[in-house]
Design a protein around this ligand. Structure first.
Ligand SMILES: NC(=O)c1ccc[n+]([C@@H]2O[C@H](COP(=O)([O-])OP(=O)(O)OC[C@H]3O[C@@H](n4cnc5c(N)ncnc54)[C@H](OP(=O)(O)O)[C@@H]3O)[C@@H](O)[C@H]2O)c1
Length: 313
């Protein structure tokens, strides 16, 4: 049996409980990982609150880092004991064991917590920048505005865009402006007057804009980028429909290749997704609460421990 976080009712963080469940078994194309760390994403609490549907009871957690302890048929690229990070196949990563089909080796300089911070933020940022053409030959995204630049996805998007050669302007609260500069972006405050503030830095506007925060600023982003085709949102579904902006979601064309590719930038010291705080798995409700407050710099990560598996954990 293994420990896993689960909820049997939709609701606040208090519905989360740690339960004993049977060990999952790796099917064809899957690996089973002894989980060491699990990244927390806003999707986790949106699912917990019932905002995204799903059946009950429901397990939780997408971002996983750990050690391979079983492989299914057809797996030839990893061996037992390898350190990997990736996506829990069924969104059930906040557990002692998880099944993964999309994974990559953990870059040598990263610990489990730092690796668990990466998958969702990295995949989403890569997919969004690709959709905007940032760094492509057309130069469409030479100057990029990121709204919500200091959370998980924003921090990743800023650094990836800088690595692609873009000039990046990012919105953040003033307390995060120094942090945003350290990522390579020029900070502006969010809130009323955004267009004028961005124009003081970029008088002709920007080439592309990515809305991560979903704070109702799509009209401003469209104005600054010169049209809805140059804007992508990952959060504001209704606004995207209303303003003709692309809504990018994980179930279409996932950029999972980003996991295997990021090691080079990390080892070169050009990409780092800070772990703002870690929590033991038993304190998952507290981590959800903090994520739900909406002002985490970088990522929150749950630490999972397990003894006696015979795989070094
Ligand atoms: N469609 C997809 O494929 C997809 C994938 C992943 C995530 N998402 C969604 O994308 C959103 C962001 O995810 P995330 O992991 O980056 O979240 P996160 O880490 O929780 O984001 C926190 C950040 O949001 C910033 N923020 C808060 N209010 C803001 C505002 N009004 N304007 C600008 N920035 C603001 C905060 O900056 P300050 O502290 O400086 O205020 C903080 O750094 C979530 O809604 C998530 O569900 C969608």
């Amino acid at each position: 049996m293994m420990k896993a976080a689960r909820f049997s009712h939709f609701g606040g963080p208090e519905v989360l409980e740690i339960v004993d469940l049977p060990d999952p078994h790796a099917g064809p194309g899957q690996i089973r990982v002894s989980v060491r760390a699990v990244g927390v994403n806003p999707t986790d609490w949106k699912l917990r609150r019932g905002l995204m549907g799903g059946e009950l009871p429901q397990l939780t957690g997408r971002d996983v880092a750990g050690v391979v302890n079983a492989v299914g048929a057809g797996i030839t690229d990893v061996r037992l004991g390898d350190r990997v990070f990736g996506f829990s196949d069924d969104g059930a990563g906040a557990a002692e064991l998880a099944l993964l089909s999309h994974y990559a080796p953990i870059p040598p300089s990263l610990g489990f917590a730092e690796a668990a911070a990466l998958p969702v933020a990295l995949e989403t940022a890569t997919r969004s920048l690709d959709a905007l053409g940032v760094g492509t030959a057309s130069g469409a995204g030479n100057t990029l505005l990121v709204n919500g630049a200091t959370g998980g996805v924003g921090s990743a998007a800023v650094q990836l865009a800088v690595a692609r050669g873009a000039r990046v302007i990012g919105t953040a609260s003033p307390a995060n402006h120094a942090y945003l500069r350290s990522l390579g972006a020029e900070p502006v405050a969010y809130g009323p007057g955004l267009v004028a503030r961005v124009r003081t830095l970029a008088p002709d506007g920007v080439d592309a804009a990515l809305d991560v925060a979903g704070s109702g600023v799509l009209p401003e982003l469209i104005e600054l980028a010169g049209g809805p085709e140059q804007v992508v949102t990952i959060t504001d579904f209704a606004g995207a429909q209303e303003h003709g902006v692309t809504f990018s979601r994980g179930d279409t064309g996932r950029a999972v290749h980003a996991l295997a590719e990021i090691g080079e930038l990390i080892e070169a010291g050009r990409f780092s997704l800070p772990v703002a705080r870690t929590f033991p798995l038993a304190e998952i409700a507290q981590a959800h609460r903090l994520s739900e407050d909406g002002h985490v710099r970088g990522k929150l990560v749950l630490l999972v421990g397990r003894c006696g598996r015979g795989d070094g954990t």
